[in-house]
Design a protein around this ligand. Structure first.
Ligand code: ADP
Ligand code: MG
Length: 346
């Protein structure tokens, strides 16, 4: 792990698996920075400074909430923003190096998609580590489904799921695995889906204020239902950093979101973690016998929850499956009321 202040002086970071055509790098300083950590490919010569926000420029107002990553504030930086502040307590040996944090931040800046939260920058001077994104205005799907008990019709669920698939398909095409897709990380703004917290998962393991352990396995409440069998089987106490996340584990998590949308509750509702771990690890799925939904809709669930990761569809395929679902008078765009767009639909 990184213990010297040197790491905060890295001037160049490039994303993993990036297809950006960076061209040959020129500055010696970039070379030096790359040599410090040869894991990152050297294709991208954009300076990290561009995304570095001096902590003093951030105005923090009230706390929006606390999560595994630290505390989220409503803030101001050239307008209203959300600031995710990570508190650095210590840099132990079992922690992720600061460079990993920077590397992840470097991947966010490559994301530009309607259904993804806008990454604005980061403050990367320990002990001040913060991620600044646009402020989501609506409520999370979690709040809609589990707190307000809002009912999502099949049609509305499809529209939401399509947008999630679109955003996730984009992330995957960019080589970014979300690792923490869940209804708490999906906002709904006037019918538009905005996905947050992609790729942030290992930041939790920076050991900077990771105090939300649910139990001895370090499983926060509500997390388990999103974990694919291969992740559940790899669970070890306090070792979630090395879990085998993949595009397919994101698809599994999407399946759970799809179930929540349709059923208004979590799979394995009310069951203790050990029972869920035992079942999922052996390939036992939540029963759909009592679910009021068409075969097509249930098929999507079963595909996403396939025990073998290779059998799960990818997001482009999910999107086309969702688009082919029989619908009744479905609005073409979620931002337009049904009666306006119906005439425009074929
Ligand atoms: P979790 O996702 O597990 O709820 P987080 O730390 O990501 O934990 O979020 C803490 C709180 O801040 C949550 O209530 C979340 O909805 C809110 N939040 C996170 N990001 C944003 C954002 N970009 N805009 C508005 N609220 C946000
Ligand atoms: Mg979140």
């Amino acid at each position: 792990s990184v213990k010297s202040a040197d790491s905060s002086r890295c001037v160049s970071l490039s994303g993993s698996g990036s297809t950006d055509s960076g061209g040959p790098q020129r500055a010696d300083s970039l070379d030096r920075a790359n040599k410090q950590d040869s894991r990152w490919p050297r294709q991208n010569s954009l300076s990290m400074k561009e995304w570095d926000i001096p902590y003093d420029e951030l105005k923090l107002s009230e706390v929006i909430g606390k999560g595994r990553f630290g505390t989220v504030y409503r803030g101001s930086w050239h307008g209203a923003v959300a600031v995710k502040l990570l508190h650095v307590h210590s840099l132990g040996d079992d922690c992720v190096p600061l460079d990993t944090f920077k590397h992840e931040v470097a991947t966010f800046r490559k994301t530009r998609h309607e259904n993804l939260v806008l990454f604005m920058g980061a403050c990367m001077k320990p002990p001040r580590l913060a991620i600044v994104t646009s402020l989501c205005k609506g409520m999370t799907l979690y709040t809609h489904i589990h707190l307000r008990k809002d009912k999502f019709t099949a049609n509305k669920s499809v529209l939401v799921a399509q947008q999630i698939s679109q955003g996730m398909g984009y992330l995957h095409a960019r080589g970014i695995i979300h690792k923490d897709l869940k209804t708490k990380n999906i906002f709904l703004e006037n019918g538009k889906v905005v996905i947050t917290d992609f790729g942030l998962f290992s930041v939790t393991k920076l050991c900077f204020g990771n105090n939300a352990r649910g139990d001895s396995l370090g499983i926060p409440a509500g997390w388990l239902c999103y974990l694919a069998p291969e992740l559940v089987r790899a669970l070890r106490p306090h070792a979630s950093l090395h879990l085998p996340f993949s595009k397919a584990t994101d698809v599994y998590a999407f399946g759970t979101v799809w179930y929540e949308l349709l059923c208004g509750e979590f799979p394995f509702k009310g069951q203790p973690p050990e029972a869920i771990i035992w079942q999922v690890g052996r390939g036992v799925k939540q029963s759909l016998a009592n679910m009021q939904a068409s075969r097509d809709i249930k098929d999507i669930l079963m595909l996403c929850w396939a025990y073998r990761s290779s059998e799960r569809p990818d997001f482009p395929r999910l999107l086309s499956t969702l688009q082919k679902l029989p619908r009744k008078r479905l609005a073409r765009s979620p931002s337009h009321p049904v009666h306006l767009s119906r005439s425009a639909d074929s």
